[in-house]
Design a protein around this ligand. Sequence first.
Ligand code: PAF
Length: 282
Amino acid sequence: MTEVVHTRAELAAARGGLTGTVAVVMTMGALHDGHEALVRAARERADHVLVTIFVNPLQFGPNEDFDRYPRTLEADLAVCRRAGADLVFAPSVTDMYPHGEPTVRVLPGQVGEDLEGLSRPGFFHGVLTVVLKLIQLTRPDLAFFGEKDYQQLTLVRRMVRDLDVPVEIVGVPTVRESDGLALSSRNRYLSPSQRQAALSLSAALRAGVVAAGAGHDAGAVLAAAHRAFGAGEPGAELDYLVLTDPDLEPGPVAGPARLLVAAWVGGVRLIDNTGLRLAPRA
Ligand code: PAF
């Protein structure tokens, strides 16, 4: 059975009754198969799985989609039940921020100011602040995050390490449609032709992986990824396509690396990434 609570007091009472290991999956709702995979992965590691559903105003810029972000609680609860969540915490904004917008926030550092942080100033301050609050409120042993939001996952790991937060962070591989499109709550904004254009992102990543697998160096891998992005259906406007090391520090020359892409398709911002291994420069 999946219990649903909306206030901190209800959460505290329900959480108090859970014995054994507890895993949390934090979401903003509009749940899809990617979220379901997070809940199922959590299910395998913990005695109890708690899902949070909260559209966090702190992580939206003034011109972003906070107001129109899909809010689909009933459908989300059906996903939680199907995936085997024990407890869902779906608070209101005033329950999460009873004293108004917090003036004290978590600073993500340089890694949080690059990539998504460049286009969305303050985004990771808002994300890390709510993640820390949700950890305090839910007191999990484990917290599961999707690799699709790789910069978020990296920063949450850093926050937990740097601030000695007693929780294990677990990354879960991205779930994709059969044609490669990474699942995202924002995909539902795409028209059929925009959805075709959105395939440029995963095509770029695939080309990068193929080039890396063929033993090409970083420059050639990036060039292959750019070519594949450009060869897609028109309509995707590239924001960045970069190779970093697995911790998002700049410029790997060889060995494990991360290829990350972001683009605008119509008014919709999409991101994707993949791991790969770079051959040493010849
Ligand atoms: O990935 C998300 O959905 C959000 O950034 C998170 C982690 C739930 C914080 O609001």
